[in-house]
Design a protein around this ligand. Structure first.
Ligand code: PAP
Length: 325
């Protein structure tokens, strides 16, 4: 849906010129669009997604704040939903990055190189699987009011920040100097990060998962790390395709977990040398895959500051995080 009329020479949406903007962790500006910080290159995609996307009742949307475990969750969801079609020995996840198999609605379907997104969508095999970083409040009604299911993942804000800072510096390295940790941390604490503020993003999906548990399954990276077996079953049940006793007996769950594990995915050729697009190498999605790496970067004052923000923003919501392994 992108057109020369609505984009400038840098590929940014011209609507952006009228919006408040701030520097972001990535190279492009972030624009305050519909109450969230939208990367300039995604504004057109979010608008197209909101305007043209027609959800089907059996659609599955994996939603997340960036760097919270999206790649892992889309891999698991793809493997769970399509398990009758592929054996784990000859699986698309062995030769394709998960982001290629589960397209992002605002970055790929409506923003990138798909000439006619609506036609493309109507030709997709069902159930259709998508990913999105769009906040719950900005999702099209078609998703929120249909029977489409949403699986959301979030992660403790300490690790999310370090993951984002290291990731965006890799992207910046092609054209810009790296962002210092302190400068990036200031942006993060102010909520000025892609699709942020991060607290609003989490709380939007959290509240909906409380109000409509059959609509939104709310997951945490740390919980998956601790007991992925339980959550693979949980996701399958939530999506209406529970594992049979026979599947459990033959180790289907364990095979999926192994296929989607950080160690397995990181060493695949496609994730070592492949590219998602001209700016993003597939290997950028696989760094450490651990809980608690933030302790190697945070000063005591940073710990103090972020802890206070978490306390203040999430206070009374019932949402909390395990921050160390
Ligand atoms: P995205 O929002 O750009 O898609 P996302 O996948 O959400 O990124 O986050 C990347 C993080 O998930 C990385 O964390 P780290 O920087 O702390 O290491 C990445 O290593 C981790 N990750 C990717 N794949 C897996 C996986 N299969 N299992 C566990 N963690 C993973």
């Amino acid at each position: 849906m992108a057109s020369a009329d609505t984009k400038d020479a840098n590929g940014e949406d011209k609507l952006a010129y009228s919006l408040r903007r701030e520097s972001g962790l990535a190279s492009s500006y972030l624009y305050l669009f519909q109450e969230f910080w939208c990367p300039g290159i995604a504004i057109e995609g979010v608008k197209g997604f909101q305007k043209y996307f027609q959800a089907k009742d059996n659609d599955v949307v994996v939603a997340s704040f960036p760097k919270t475990g999206t790649t892992w969750l889309i891999a698991l969801t793809f493997a769970i939903v399509n398990r009758q079609y592929f054996s784990t020995e000859n699986h698309p996840l062995l030769t394709s990055n998960p982001h290629t198999l589960v397209p992002c609605l605002e970055f790929k379907i409506f923003c990138d190189d798909i000439h006619d997104p609506v036609l493309h969508l109507s030709n997709m095999l069902e159930p259709r699987l998508f990913s999105t970083h769009t906040p719950f409040t900005a999702l099209p009604k078609s998703i929120t009011e249909s029977n489409a299911k949403i699986v959301y993942i979030c992660r403790n804000p300490f690790d999310t920040f370090i993951s984002a800072w290291t990731y965006f510096n890799k992207i910046r390295s092609m054209s810009l100097p790296a962002l210092e940790l302190e400068e990036a941390f200031e942006m993060y604490c102010n909520g000025i990060v892609s699709f942020g503020p991060w607290w609003s993003h989490m709380l939007g999906y959290w509240k909906e998962s409380m109000a409509r548990p059959n609509k939104v399954l709310f997951l945490k990276y740390e919980d998956l790390k601790e007991n992925v077996n339980f959550y693979v079953k949980n996701i399958a049940e939530f999506l209406g395709c529970p594992f049979t006793a026979e599947e459990e007996r033959v180790g289907e769950i364990e095979s999926i977990i192994k296929l989607c594990s950080f160690e397995k995915m990181k060493e695949l050729e496609v994730n070592i040398s492949g590219k998602l697009d001209k700016f993003i190498d597939n290997k950028f999605f696989f760094r450490k895959g651990e809980i608690g790496d933030w302790v190697n970067y945070f000063s005591p004052s940073m710990v103090n500051k972020l802890s206070k923000i978490i306390e203040e923003k999430l206070c009374g919501s019932g949402l909390s995080f395990k921050i160390c392994s």
